[in-house]
Each structure stands twice: as C-alpha cells, then as structure tokens.
Design a protein around this ligand. Structure first.
Ligand code: ATP
Length: 337
C-alpha cells in the first residue's frame, strides 16, 4: 500500500502557479526523494502534505487517511522537518526536546529515553545542554530532526535537510535516515542535490514547474535513458555563439541522439550518443569544420542526465535561470521605487 498518494494537486500564490496537477505515489517503508531546482514546488508539496497549507484542488492521502478531512490524524502519523528552522534561543537543545515531548503528551520516562537515544544517534552530546542561540546551522538542523522524530512518526517528511551543512552534520543526518528506513519508517525528502538523492533514495521523482516529470528508482531512470554521455569543449570557456556553431556541426553526426548546450559549465556541450565509432566521427566532423577539441569525456548516464532528458536543461542551468528571474524582478522593484 502507498504511504502517500497525492492526486491532481494544484496550488497558486496569486498569479504564481506553484503546483499544477501534481500526482505522486510514495510506497511504504522506503526513502523517497523529490528532486527539483529552487522554485519547482517541493516546499509547497511538503507543506500541503504536512497539513500546514491547503491546496486549491486535488486530494492528499497519508496511510489511507484523507489529510484534507482529517489533518489531526495525519499530524500524528508524520514528522515534518521544515527548511527554515525556527528554534528558541534561550532554552538548551535538551530542554527544547523535553518541551516538544510534553506537547506530544509522552510520559516522562519514555520521553527522556527517546531524547537520550536521539542525542546519541545524531552526535549531539557535546553541545545539547548549551543554549540553542549558540548553535551552528548544522547543530540546529540536527536538533530539528530530533524534534521531528520524538513521537516516533511512521512517516518523516524533510524539506532539503542538508542545504549548506558541514560534512559532519550531513553524514550524521544521512546515517540516521538510513537507520530509520531500515527500521521501517517511510521517509520523503526533498533536495536539489543530485548526490544526496543518488546516495539515499530507493525511489525518486523529478519535479519541475509544479509537476512530476519523471519517476522511478534512480537506477531505472538512468537505465531507461540508454546510450552514453559525452561532455565536449572546443576551448576552456566558450560563448553562446560558438556553442551554437559546434552544436550545428555535431547534430547531423550519425549516432548522436541529442546535443544540449550547458551554459553553467562555460558553454560546454552535453551529448547523448549510441552505437559504434561515434567519437571518431565526432572528432572528424569537428576537424572538418576547423574546430579544435579542448576536452572530451565519455560516461554512463547520471541523474543529471535524467534531469536533462526530462527538461531539456541541466539542474544547474535551471537554478541559474530561476536566480536570473529573481534578479530581474528585484531590479524592477528597485527601479519602481
Ligand atoms: P526552494 O527549494 O527554493 O524552496 P521549492 O521547489 O521548494 O523551491 P516552492 O517554495 O514550493 O518551491 O515554490 C514554488 C513556486 O511558488 C515558486 O515560484 C515560488 O516563488 C512560489 N511561492 C512559494 N511560496 C510563495 C508565497 N508565499 N507567495 C508567493 N509565491 C510563493
């Protein structure tokens, strides 16, 4: 049975469409990764699931319970670790966890046993009795994760849990997530880090512009692509014009299935190739057009390639485009002042 079933979910913030008929089915007992660039709709999806935000349309089922009709029941089932951590500065981490345990009406012995266990598993012992106001980002995130786990939820929902974290905090969180899944907890995690999804997820969905555009296990998604990947540069830093010229030379070559310009990587070119001797033919065509080969690397498909295939751009380019739109909006606002 599915732990989460989202059907035809839609949500707009004024003129901005955040979710557009999003469908998602998360099986019980696995770690499910939601991959997408900033602004894809991940936080909106997770907040709706955590019953903190109402969708404009669609249905939300958690463990067979209708979350829109029975939000309290669903809140008991899940733990939600938000992207922005808001914790009290005066209390110590331990006091904060005790308070959280009391809010869940845990009996004191059970509460303290559980807190000690989480302190141990998340490596929080050296600093848990210090005031939260002195914590680093990584410490706050670990504390927040512990707070989300205190009532032993069957489903843990995390919004980009390791953004900007130090390696130690990240590995403490990854390790705990793996242990939780082994013990039967279902985990849904959003991320825009390919390596995080690659390392943790049993299954995943790629979300872009408020809809799921690819779904499956990371291995299946990569295998479905077929072919090999080639990254090619005619010089260290090229420009848009030259990259377009190179693409026009490469596209007609036999065995080349796709050529995409990768702006984020100095206008290099990403190719999908299939068949024998394609590399030799590529080199030959470039030579014929008077173009040098500065660098050429061939590899098996990666998750970034899956993203590229589904959206026509790399994850990094999607983030650059979104950051660019934000800058333009900001400039407009400033010029109107
Ligand atoms: P990020 O990783 O940056 O949080 P995300 O994938 O979680 O991105 P959402 O936060 O769900 O994306 O945002 C989806 C879209 O909705 C974006 O275009 C965002 O700017 C917009 N949006 C989100 N919250 C609001 C809000 N409160 N008011 C207006 N627009 C919003």
């Amino acid at each position: 049975m599915a732990m989460i079933e989202l059907r035809q979910l839609s949500k707009a913030y004024g003129a901005v469409t955040a979710l557009s008929n999003l469908d998602l089915s998360v099986p019980e007992g696995c770690l499910y990764g939601l991959l997408g660039p900033n602004g894809a709709g991940k936080t909106t999806t997770l907040r709706i699931l955590a019953t903190l935000l109402a969708p404009d349309g669609g249905s939300v089922q958690v463990d067979g319970v209708d979350a829109l009709k029975h939000p309290r029941e669903v809140r008991r089932l899940l733990g939600y670790v938000a992207q922005e951590v808001a914790i009290d500065k005066i209390l110590s981490g331990r006091e904060l966890l005790q308070l959280q345990g009391d809010l869940y009406h845990l009996n004191r012995a059970d509460r303290d046993h559980r807190i000690d266990d989480l302190i141990d598993r998340l490596g929080m012992e050296p600093w848990i009795d210090r005031r939260c106001g002195t914590y680093s980002g990584g410490m706050r995130r670990r504390l927040d994760l512990a707070a989300g786990l205190l009532h032993r939820p069957r489903l843990l929902v995390l919004d980009e849990p390791t953004v900007g974290l130090d390696i130690e905090s990240r590995s403490a969180i990854w390790q705990l997530l793996n242990q939780l899944v082994e013990a039967g907890t279902s985990v849904l995690l959003s991320s825009h880090y390919l390596e995080e999804i690659e390392a943790l997820a049993d299954r995943m969905a790629i979300i872009d512009a408020g809809a799921v555009i690819a779904e499956g296990t990371p291995t299946d998604l990569k295998q479905r692509l077929g072919g090999d990947r080639v990254t090619l540069r005619v010089r260290e830093f090229s420009d848009a014009k030259e990259a377009a010229l190179v693409r026009s030379v490469l596209e007609p070559v036999e065995g080349v299935r796709q050529v995409v310009i990768n702006r984020a990587q100095g206008f290099s070119l990403n190719l999908v190739i299939e068949g024998e001797s394609v590399i030799e033919r590529l080199r030959h065509s470039l030579e014929g057009a008077g173009l040098p080969v500065f660098a050429l690397a061939q590899s098996r498909p990666s998750l970034d390639d899956v993203y590229l295939q589904a959206t026509g751009r790399t994850l990094m380019d999607a983030e650059l485009a979104i950051a660019g739109q934000r800058d333009i909006k900001q400039e407009k606002r400033q010029s109107m002042r």
